[in-house]
Design a protein around this ligand. Structure first.
Ligand code: HEM
Length: 445
């Protein structure tokens, strides 16, 4: 059911039963583990959705979630198409030289490129530009986000607080976040009153005028009325925090999903053939966009099966807000609860041959065989990934673009089975090296 264990000195509940995990995730009265509030020290990420709790979070979630509606994804689609075209061009350059490709780097550049364009309307072209300021600062923020400061905060909040009081920049975020604060100010000033750009920054700036409610989410009740939550726009600090947070959580997760998908296809050639057949039959050489990718069931299964075997976020956390009853046990307030996404995804109790890559599990006709609460790559419930639709669209469009021209094949440097690094985000420890083989013309009509 669950076990009590420790995160260093802190007792936590580790959930073993997916039904209980699901129950905890979908109930709103579990919070996310709180950052200690004893010390008020400004941090650039203070207003980010991932960090907020209670009514502040509800306000932010209601304001932000329409940014990821299907209507907005349709608008963002052409911007993404340009990033996909650039990915293909760079893949082509490497392949023409006969070089194997390290895909974590290649897809990492693609997601950076896509985030810069979708997030800020910036034409980055990340490939071969390792010294570009945008890239250096994004990477610095990400590595510090999952680095020493974050771990100290989770494991030893008192020491973390003490260092903060002493004004030690333990998160080492300042330089990177200062860069983005400046960049956002520059972009916003340049735009002046022209509010028609299609990117996340502009959608955040316009959020309070957006009357749309995300088509997948229930409006979360906020204080006295729903209207109240939409009345004010986001402050500069709120826009900054959330833009930076989108980059942190959006970059690594989508890049590793694509990298593992390439690995799974290279090592499962029959699945790759079937996917290529679907692409040829459904869109041929047309540009993938939000609407035509919806017609591809097998592609959806491929991405889901990749996320099952390699969920970029291998666990998620909640915390009891008050004394709670969980499965008949009384649990004190402020108890962290760990939901082991990776372990649920690979449990032989719920999956037949869990280590085998088998996209058919997710076909519509087989969906009734899935056990609720055992497939959680984007979490579940009110705090589930707000950008799931964008993540799927990015991964699918990029994958189609490559497979319209090439096949992934293993080479001497391909590590099989791939060694995993599970420390914060799940990723391939040593990257994933594959070759691309040019496809003949369209095989399947
Ligand atoms: C394949 C890609 C991605 C995966 C697997 C993923 C997974 C997750 C997971 C597991 C959570 C926590 C859910 C929970 O605890 O119930 C989460 C939250 C979140 N994700 Fe994603 N994510 C992905 C891409 C993205 C992208 C591209 C963005 C933004 C551009 C994003 C923004 C967020 C935000 C803001 C939250 C916090 C939501 C809240 O606290 O209300 N994610 N994501």
């Amino acid at each position: 059911m669950f076990i009590r264990t420790y995160l260093l000195h802190r007792p936590i509940l580790l959930i073993l039963d997916p039904e209980i995990g699901r129950d905890i995730l979908i109930k709103n009265f579990f919070s996310i583990p709180n950052r200690p509030q004893t010390i008020k020290r400004h941090n650039d990420l203070d207003h980010a959705l991932t960090r907020l709790t209670g009514d502040k979070w509800r306000f932010m979630r209601n304001t932000i979630s329409p940014i990821f509606s299907s209507g907005k994804m349709r608008k963002i689609s052409p911007v993404l198409a340009e990033s996909c075209a650039r990915l293909l061009k760079n893949v082509e350059i490497e392949t023409n030289h006969g070089r194997p490709i390290e895909f974590k780097q290649m897809f990492g550049n693609f997601t950076l490129d896509a985030i810069a364009a979708i997030g800020f309307g910036i034409d980055l072209n990340a490939y071969g530009e390792e010294n570009n300021e945008f890239i250096l600062n994004t990477k610095a923020i990400i590595s510090n986000f999952v680095g020493f400061g974050a771990k100290l905060n989770a494991f030893m909040p008192p020491l973390y607080n003490l260092l903060h009081t002493l004004r030690v920049d333990i998160d080492r975020q300042s330089k990177g976040t200062m860069f983005f604060r400046g960049l956002m100010e520059e972009v916003t000033n340049l735009r002046g009153d022209h509010r028609d750009s299609v990117d996340i920054l502009q959608l955040l700036l316009n959020a309070h005028r957006d009357t749309e409610v995300s088509d997948t989410e229930q409006f979360l009740e906020y204080e006295d009325s729903k209207e109240h939550c939409k009345k004010r726009g986001l402050s500069k600090a709120e826009v900054n925090s959330n833009s930076i947070m989108f980059m942190i959580v959006g970059y690594e997760t989508t890049a590793t999903t694509l990298t593992f998908a390439a690995y799974c296809l290279a090592t499962n050639p029959k699945c790759q053939e079937e996917l290529i057949m679907e692409i040829d039959k459904t869109i041929g050489q047309a540009t993938p966009d939000y609407d035509n990718i919806q017609k591809m069931e097998y592609l959806d299964c491929i991405i889901k099966e990749t996320l099952r075997l390699y969920p970029p976020v291998p666990r998620t956390m909640r915390e009891t807000q008050q004394v709670m009853d969980i499965a008949g046990y009384t649990i004190p307030p402020n108890t962290p609860i760990s939901i082991p996404i990776y372990a649920f995804h690979r449990s032989p109790k719920y999956w037949e041959e869990p280590e085998v890559f088998n996209p058919d599990r997710f076909l519509e006709k087989n969906k009734s065989k899935l056990t609720p609460g055992t497939f959680l790559p984007f979490g579940l419930g009110p705090r589930s990934c707000v950008a799931m639709r964008l993540a799927y669209m990015e991964a699918k469009c990029a994958m189609i673009r490559v497979l319209q021209k090439y096949k992934f094949i293993p080479c001497e440097q391909t590590e099989i089975p791939v060694e995993l690094d599970c420390r914060f985000f799940l990723k391939p420890k040593n990257g994933i090296v594959l070759k691309l083989e040019k496809r003949e013309t369209q095989t399947y009509q």
